[in-house]
Design a protein around this ligand. Structure first.
Ligand SMILES: Cc1ncc(C[n+]2csc(CCOP(=O)(O)OP(=O)(O)O)c2C)c(N)n1
Length: 333
């Protein structure tokens, strides 16, 4: 999905993320999706604001809560639903499920179930861009919980010493599964990042305009050789950590906490601003919403009508059969 500075387009993308997730939750409830689904609802402004500041040839790495990042970078909803429903037409031919969706052609270097693991991958991509003299940028998305992972901290250090074109996008929703950041994080998130020697700032992650503006600035710095930036986006996830056929996970956040978060809803906030400023086109919000519903309805239909992998192919694609340069000349067992 291309760069965009159009707030109506941002709304369309956020609405698409939200409705994609709501329909996915229904499909879990109906027993059509077997694996776990980590809903992104409430955090839409982060993925949309960040990805709208990226070029098509920039890359992202994602997380276990990845649907929003993938859709915002241009992922196809039909192939995503097909993957969630375990169909051959899915991004991973139905074998990967929610946490392994990737599309290298769109610069999506993959969702990732290993907390923090997208950061070194983004550094690797950025290192390649720099070595080749390309002005491309890599953005790892990760949560506040990942800030306690060693590999994330090593990646911050590496990005600084190699002056890599990376924009670290930290989605601080205040919780890692059921653990509050107040109980889990020593010091302050932004100051911790600053300690590695890169510019770091905190941004209202419920405001897509603020997310976009901060990212544009960081991307510009990275693209022009200024090195990495750390952005903390203060956001909120509305749902429990994940849902699955096994039921909903325990949630120890209070009703008051969730109710307060919903008063800052990113989708409704932008919709309200557009209404106030006369920013909607002739068809208004309704036209955009209907367009999104039509797309998702078609995407779910596509997934449902796609065949499941045949059982005898269960091990296909598990192992690489050949490596172009392996074994290397002279290499012996
Ligand atoms: C290396 C590793 N450790 C632990 C886990 C188990 N785990 C899955 S999600 C999660 C919490 C992640 O929290 P955060 O990074 O804040 O992301 P959020 O779920 O809030 O989006 C944990 C601990 C894991 N998947 N990988």
């Amino acid at each position: 999905m291309s760069e965009s500075r159009d707030p109506v387009e941002w709304y369309r993308r956020m609405r698409r993320l939200r409705r994609f997730e709501m329909r996915a939750a229904e499909l879990v409830g109906d027993g059509e999706i077997a694996g776990p689904v980590h809903e992104y609802i409430g955090e839409e402004a982060v993925a949309v604001g960040v990805c709208a500041a990226l070029r098509a040839d920039d890359v992202i790495t994602s997380t276990h809560r990845g649907h929003g990042h993938i859709l915002a970078k241009g992922g196809a909803s039909d192939r995503m639903y097909a993957e969630l429903l375990g169909r051959e037409s899915g991004y991973n031919r139905g074998r990967g499920g929610s946490m392994h969706i990737a599309d290298f052609s769109l610069g999506i270097y993959g969702a990732n179930g290993i907390v923090g693991a997208g950061a070194p991958m983004a550094c690797g991509a950025a290192f390649t861009f720099k070595a080749r003299g390309e002005d491309r940028v890599a953005v790892p998305f990760f949560g506040d919980g990942a800030m306690n992972q060693g590999v994330l901290l090593e990646s911050l250090n590496l990005a600084v010493i190699l002056r890599l074109p990376v924009v670290f996008a930290c989605e601080n929703n205040g919780f890692a599964i059921t653990s509050s950041i107040d109980d889990m994080l020593g010091g302050d998130l932004v100051r911790r990042a600053e300690g590695f020697g890169l510019p770091a700032r905190s941004v209202d992650g419920m405001d897509v305009r603020a997310v976009h503006a901060a990212t544009v600035e960081a991307v510009e710095r990275a693209r022009t050789g200024g090195g990495p930036t750390f952005l903390e986006f203060r956001t909120a996830r509305y749902s429990v950590h994940n849902i699955s056929q096994g039921g909903r996970m325990r949630d120890n956040r209070s009703e008051e906490f969730l109710a307060e978060a919903r008063t800052r809803d990113p989708v409704e906030r932008l919709a309200g601003e557009l209404a106030r400023d006369g920013g909607w086109g002739p068809g208004g919000r309704e036209e955009v919403d209907e367009e999104v519903e039509r797309e998702l309805e078609g995407a779910i239909g596509f997934a449902r009508n796609s065949p499941r992998p045949r059982p005898e192919t269960a091990l296909d694609y598990m192992y690489a059969e050949t490596y172009p340069d392996f074994p290397a000349p002279g290499w012996e067992h």
